[in-house]
Unconditional design. Structure first.
Ligand code: HEM
Ligand code: FES
Lengths: 342, 134
C-alpha cells in the first residue's frame, strides 16, 4: 500500500484536537449569535440557542461522516480519524443542547410530561408536510446518546468489537432521521433555497465519498490471486520494504505480510482495537504497531505483548526463490508460526 | 475493518442513496414557498394608496390598492416562527405568504386575489397567534 506511516503521538495530539474542537464550536456559536442578532435584534435567546446548536450539530455530523472515507482515500486525514470519537461526543452535546432547549421551549409548559408531549402534541403522523418532525429529532438524539455514552474503550472491550461496531453503524440511521427532521420541520416554515441547497450538497458529498471508497475497497477484497497447489502467489520479496507490510487479499480477508530482520510473517490485517489496518503500520521495537492508535502485536504469533491480551489470526508463508506464497487457511488467533527466513 | 463490515457499510450507503433523496424530494415537493414580499423600515411604500386597514393588540394590517398587504407587529413576537397566511372569504386558511420576523420593520406581501384578512400562525406550537379581518 502506498500509504505513509505516521506515528501517533496519541496523548499529545488528542489534547490539541480537543482544544481545536472546543474552540471551533465556541467560535461558531458566537458568530451565529452575532450574525443573527445583527439581522434581527428581536430574536429570542431560546430561538437563538435552538438554531445555533441545531445547525452546529448537523455541520459536525457531516464532518464526522466524511472523515472515514477521506482517511481511506488520503492518509493525510488519518490524524483526524484518531479523534473522531471526541468529535462525536461533542456533536452529541451540541445536539443535546438543541433538543433540550426545544423540549423546554415547546413542551415543558403544558401539564403533560415534556417527552410524552414531543410524541403526542402533533399526531399528524400520516402527513408529510405537517409530520411531527420533532419525534425524528428525538429518536436521532437517543441514538447519538447511546453512541456517545458507549464511546469509551471500556465499552468496546465489554460489548465486544462486533456489537460495538454494529451499534456505531446506527449513526447512519441517525443521519437519515436528522435529514428528515430538518426537511420536514425547519424547512417547512423557513423555506429557503439556500439552506435546502446546502443540505442537498452536503448529502451528495457524504454519499459520494462513501460509495467511491466502498467500490474501491470492494475491488481490493474481490482480488483473486494465482494459486499453486493450495498456496497463493503474493509477490516478490523485494516489493516489501523493511519493517513494513504488503496487504494481500485471501478469500475476501486482508492479510498483512511483514518483512523484518530477514524474516517474513503474515497476520490478519484487522486490529482488535477498532479495526485499524495493521498492514499500513510498521514494526517498532519488534512489534507490529497499528497505525491508528498504536496497539502492538508480535509478528510471530499475532499476540499483543504482555500484559495485553489481544490476538489476531496468523498465516503460513513459504518462499520459492524470491517469490512469497501464502496458505489461505488462517490459523487460530494467536497461533505461533515459524517465520519464513530469507 | 473486515470485509463483512465493509460490505455492510456499502449496502447501508446504497440504501441511504435511495432513501434520503426520496425523503428530500417529497418534502421539497410539498414546500410552500413564500409569496413575493419585501420589508421596509417605515410604514407602507410610497405612492401606494391605502384601501383598508385594521389593527388588534398584536399587529396592524393594511391593504394597498397595489394588491399588497403590509403587516407591522406592535411588539416583538414571543413565537420563534410566526407565519402569515391569507384568510379566504369563506374564513378558511388560504395561501402561505411568509414569515414575520421583527416588530421594527413592516412586512409587505403580494396577494393575488381579494382576501378578507390574515392569520398569523405559530408552526412550531401549531397554534393560531391571531387573526386580522378587514
Ligand atoms: C429531542 C430532540 C429534538 C427536538 C425536540 C428538536 C426540535 C427542533 C425544533 C423545534 C426545530 C425548529 C427550530 C426553529 O425553527 O426555530 C428544530 C430544527 C432543527 N434541528 Fe432539531 N430537535 C431535536 C433533535 C435534533 C438533533 C439530534 C439534530 C441534529 C444533530 C437536530 C438538528 C436540527 C437542525 C439542523 C434544525 C434546523 C435549523 C435549526 O433551527 O437549528 N435536531 N429542531
Ligand atoms: S484500531 Fe486502534 S490501535 Fe488499532
Amino acid at each position: 500500500m502506498g500509504l505513509d506511516y505516521q506515528l501517533v503521538l496519541w496523548n499529545k495530539h488528542k489534547k490539541t484536537y480537543d482544544k481545536i474542537i472546543a474552540f471551533s464550536m465556541l467560535l461558531y456559536i458566537i458568530l451565529f449569535a452575532v450574525i443573527t442578532l445583527v439581522f434581527n435584534a428581536e430574536t429570542s435567546i431560546e430561538t437563538l440557542v435552538i438554531r445555533a446548536f441545531g445547525s452546529l450539530a448537523i455541520i459536525m455530523l457531516h464532518i464526522i461522516l466524511v472523515i472515514g472515507p477521506l482517511a481511506r482515500l488520503n492518509s493525510n486525514f488519518l490524524p483526524i480519524l484518531y479523534n473522531r470519537r471526541h468529535l462525536g461526543v461533542s456533536m452529541f452535546i451540541a445536539a443535546l443542547i438543541h433538543g433540550g432547549f426545544s423540549i423546554f421551549q415547546f413542551h415543558a409548559l403544558g401539564d403533560v410530561n415534556p417527552i410524552y408531549s414531543v410524541f403526542t402534541s402533533n399526531m399528524d403522523y400520516a402527513s408529510l408536510t405537517n409530520f411531527p418532525f420533532q419525534v425524528l429529532g428525538f429518536l436521532a438524539l437517543l441514538i447519538l446518546f447511546v453512541m456517545a455514552s458507549t464511546s469509551h474503550d471500556f465499552f468496546l472491550g465489554n460489548l465486544s468489537a462486533k456489537v460495538w461496531k454494529r451499534l456505531h453503524m446506527l449513526v447512519y440511521v441517525a443521519y437519515a432521521l436528522i435529514i428528515a427532521h430538518v426537511f420536514l420541520g425547519a424547512f417547512q416554515q423557513e423555506t429557503s433555497v439556500f439552506t435546502i441547497g446546502i443540505l442537498v450538497i452536503g448529502f451528495v458529498i457524504v454519499v459520494s465519498l462513501h460509495l467511491i471508497t466502498a467500490f474501491k475497497e470492494g475491488k481490493i477484497d474481490a482480488a483473486k490471486a494465482e494459486e499453486k497447489e493450495g498456496w497463493l502467489k503474493v509477490c516478490d520479496i523485494s516489493e516489501i520494504e523493511e519493517d513494513r507490510a504488503k496487504i494481500f487479499t485471501v478469500e475476501n480477508e486482508r492479510v498483512a505480510i511483514f518483512k523484518y530482520d530477514g524474516k517474513l510473517s503474515a497476520i490478519h490485517n484487522v486490529c482488535k482495537h477498532q479495526g485499524g489496518p495493521l498492514g499500513e503500520g510498521k514494526i517498532i521495537d519488534g512489534c507490529i504497531t497499528c497505525p491508528w492508535h498504536g496497539y502492538q502485536y508480535l509478528p510471530g504469533n499475532g499476540q499483543s505483548p504482555p500484559p495485553f491480551t489481544e490476538k489476531v489470526a496468523t498465516y503460513a508463508l513459504k518462499l520459492q526463490g524470491e517469490m512469497i506464497y501464502i496458505n489461505p487457511d488462517a490459523f487460530n488467533e494467536g497461533t505461533e508460526v515459524e517465520p519464513c527466513n530469507y | 475493518m473486515t470485509s463483512g463490515l465493509r460490505k455492510a457499510h456499502k449496502y447501508i450507503w446504497l440504501a441511504l442513496t435511495i432513501v434520503i433523496p426520496t425523503v428530500m424530494a417529497f418534502a421539497i415537493k410539498d414546500l410552500q414557498f413564500p409569496a413575493k414580499n419585501t420589508q421596509t423600515k417605515t410604514g407602507i411604500p410610497r405612492n401606494s394608496a391605502v384601501v383598508k386597514g385594521v389593527e388588534n393588540d398584536v399587529a396592524w394590517l393594511i391593504l394597498t390598492k397595489y394588491q399588497t398587504i403590509s403587516v407591522n407587529l406592535k411588539s416583538p413576537l414571543k413565537h420563534p416562527s410566526s407565519l402569515v397566511y391569507e384568510l379566504n372569504k369563506d374564513g378558511s386558511q388560504g395561501r402561505f405568504l411568509g414569515q414575520l420576523t421583527n416588530s421594527m420593520i413592516v412586512h409587505h406581501f403580494e396577494i393575488e386575489k381579494p382576501i378578507s384578512g390574515i392569520i398569523i400562525y405559530d408552526a412550531l406550537k401549531e397554534s393560531e397567534i391571531t387573526k386580522l379581518t378587514f
